[in-house]
Write a new protein. Sequence first.
Length: 160
Amino acid sequence: MYHIIIQHAADDAPAPKSSLLRKWAKAALSQKTESAEVTIRIVTTPEMTHLNKTYRYKDGPTNVLSFPFETPKEVDINIPILGDIVVCAEVVNREAIEQGKPFEAHWAHMIVHGVFHLLGYDHENDADANTMETLEKNVLKNLGFENPYHVTGESDCRHD
């Protein structure tokens, strides 16, 4: 069972319907776990800029950030709480245009990418990046989307 909470904090920027965000997150989650709770928060550029500066010490906004949650050992829960995915609507929409990607395809990629971060994957080195990107490509293919890395030939999610 998956419990996916959607928070819209960027009312002026277009974003996919909550049902699509949930569908994409569940597709990634189902690869590695049978149950999980995840929050997806859609934010404005100022909020993402603040989060990126506070937690990554980077100036400016980024497309997606993941904040894994570690349940204290003394807490017994029925469904694992994986954490939060924060997506900057303006950045993702701009990237889709700049990279010539369909709006929904790029959004799906950001959600899938964020989920895999919550599941413990990263792209700090080439081997880890290849593992994570392969998982992403497989999930996105099953959802009917093309390889998100074929446009530029590089990962567009690796953070500066």
